[in-house]
Design a protein around this ligand. Sequence first.
Ligand code: MTE
Length: 314
Amino acid sequence: MEKIPASEITPEHLYFTRRQFIAAASAVAAGALLSACGVPSPPPTARPTIAQPSPQASKGVDELGDKLTPFDTITNYNNFYEFSLDKEDVAPRAKDFKTSPWTVQVGGLVNKPRTFGLEDLLKFEQEERIYRLRCVEAWSMVIPWLGFPLSKLLAQVEPQSKAKYVRFETLLDPKQMPGQRDSYFDWPYVEGLRLDEAMHDLTILATGLYGKPLPPQDGAPIRLVVPWKYGFKSIKSIVKIDLVEAMPISFWMESAPNEYGFYANVNPDVSHPRWSQATERRIGEFSRRKTILFNGYADQVAPLYAGMDLRKNF
Ligand code: MTE
């Protein structure tokens, strides 16, 4: 697999959080650069592959005509800090991660709180969709996800009118997830969406990619995919979803508040404090390409942000 220059792979995530400074400095000094995406693993469960490739997937492109990133790349170069900060070390470390049995508890401001078993969730998995995932800030991949709209799950629990946001939580299990034994970060990993973003058709809970069950390193058995946002919003291995009134503080807002906001919409005009977001490197390509507002989904999602200053709400 090609090597990505260290400057492009987000090692800087840790640098500016006071709480983490010393730990981060020693990790970086030791050459442990933080990283995200790496050897296909066997499917985590023995369930059959049910999806047929979509028309786009069978042509090897996404719905915008962009070439799909190969399966081996998607599954061997990962960000999943619970397993490793080294993108190519996540897959080997996650290979024995137990993803069955698995439940997702959905509650908070809802009329019908419910705990869904993986079987229930797989029943919702009716369609395969192709989305581009802007993986981190400086690079991207195009991934044919298999999943179902999050709105389908939320409809089952009947959100109350007071619910304004959705808060997601990853499994907390330091025995299986060695990264959680380090106190650099506040575990578990948390993410959030505004309720209308969560209800948007493009927002999916993914259970597979390339028509196969998700491998552990990509967030098995179920992860979020929000195709118009930067990849860090796509929380992996979800066990809890709560409807809440106040904006959730995400893992990255907590870890580096000056660098990561709540919205994380892909936006070439809003630079990260330490690098421009005007261009990105598609994994597998040599030259950089221009980043597109909302990752190419402006027609569908721009109305969600009408009247908002996207420089402030980054
Ligand atoms: N979810 C959890 N629980 N832990 C993580 O470290 N990393 C995020 C996101 N979801 C992360 C996570 C980041 S920074 C990115 S870029 C994407 O997952 C990467 O997804 P991929 O490895 O499947 O490409």
